[in-house]
Design a protein around this ligand. Structure first.
Ligand code: SOE
Length: 378
């Protein structure tokens, strides 16, 4: 594939959205060149949001040269090379498609879109316009997760039999918590399914391979909530609070995936365990620097914990000496690092929009399976 981007010394970045993910991505753009050798210099050109006061403050706080309030104008700017989409899901498709038509590199937060047809239209736009695209599933780039993949590829676990992914949060346990945008289907597409299960599906695909068939269960525990914080007016919740699936992989492995915002006490418990014919691996993002490993070596074998902070471990050589641990934000820095390198090499990074479509097909099948109460093909 030959991409349309002109190779440049500077890569002018425009970010659309400026809240939680905007903050995480801004930090990544700001840090990456200070810790890694880059083939070109990312420039934090312009950040865009609808609320002028909010986006002005974000530009100041995060270090963007300019701010703007109309994304249509931003993606059309001649001095913008890359568009980074950090908005809620309902704007991913229009922004990404417009940016692709303007021949920009397109980088988008997960899940790719609110619906499968939107995701497919986004993939079509980036492919038709010959632009590089990437989807942000930051957890792939925790050093321990990348090490897990390396160990699996080296055959250290043997044949993979089980994938067990759980992504547990508890911010909706209180029924008085208001109906925010993440609980509105029109804005976000789905609930725990797109927000949390999409991460577990991405990790499953990254580590074990394609998912071919699923059973599924979506559940909404609290069907209406205060329209705004403290309000007596109620608003409907039309997305799932929890999403569960049993999955079959093309390789013959089987798995379970569970995402919920109702696991009291669990804050960001994104964990997986993988069992193979020769051993097992386990990881939890709340202990991001550690990978638990079991390799079958006879009666004295047992679980051990690797501190994934050695320069020989993925991404670590850009940072600190062994034992000087990394955090959540570094996973985003590693993501933009690989994106910048891919642009310079004119290669497609992963995950990209094709991965986003495959991921969305799994989510769509889980939703169908929940409705049909049958196994559904992906
Ligand atoms: C909220 O549930 C959220 O911020 C997700 O949207 C992120 O993708 C996840 O990394 C943490 O939780």
């Amino acid at each position: 594939m030959c991409y349309k981007h002109v190779l440049m010394k500077r890569l002018n970045v425009a970010m659309i959205g400026y809240r939680f993910m905007g903050k995480a991505h801004s930090n990544a753009w700001r840090q990456v060149g200070h810790f890694f050798d880059l083939p070109c210099e990312p420039v934090m050109k312009v950040i865009c949001g609808r609320d002028e006061a909010g986006v002005r403050e974000a530009a100041r706080a995060y270090g963007w040269q300019e701010y703007a309030t109309r994304w249509e104008e931003v993606v059309a700017r001649k001095d913008v090379d890359l568009v980074d989409i950090c908005t809620p899901g309902d704007t991913h498709a229009p922004v990404a498609i417009a940016a692709a038509r303007e021949k920009k590199v397109v980088f988008c937060e997960k899940p790719l879109a609110n619906t499968l047809p939107e995701a497919e239209a986004m993939l079509d736009a980036v492919e038709t316009n010959g632009v590089i695209h990437m989807l942000c599933h930051n957890y792939r780039r925790a050093p321990a997760v990348a090490l897990a993949r390396r160990m699996i590829e080296e055959g250290r676990l043997g044949q993979i039999r089980h994938y067990r992914g759980t992504y547990l949060q508890d911010w909706l346990v209180n029924p008085d918590f208001p109906r925010v945008w993440r609980l509105e289907k029109a804005r976000t597409g789905s609930g725990a399914l797109g927000d949390l299960v999409s991460h577990s599906v991405d990790l499953a695909r990254y580590l074990v391979g394609e998912i071919t068939e699923v059973s599924g269960l979506l559940k909404t525990f609290v069907a209406e909530r205060p329209a705004t914080e403290g309000s007596r007016e109620m608003a409907p919740v039309d997305v799932d609070d929890a999403a569960l699936a049993v999955v079959r992989f093309a390789s013959g492995a089987v798995g379970t995936i569970e995402g919920t915002r109702f696991a009291a006490g669990r804050k960001n418990f994104n964990r997986f365990e993988i069992n193979g014919s020769k051993g097992s691996l386990a990881f939890d993002i709340e202990n991001l620097n550690e990978l638990e490993v079991y390799i079958e070596e006879g009666p004295d074998s047992g679980w051990r914990t690797i501190s994934v902070t050695d320069a020989s471990h993925p991404y670590v050589n850009g940072w600190w000496p062994p034992g000087h641990v990394l955090g959540y934000e570094h996973t985003f820095t590693h993501t933009v690092l690989d994106l910048v390198k891919a642009v310079a090499e004119q290669k497609l990074p992963s995950p990209n929009f094709a991965d986003g479509v495959r991921n969305q097909r799994v989510l769509d099948a889980i939703e169908r399976a929940s409705a049909s109460k049958e196994w559904e093909k992906v």
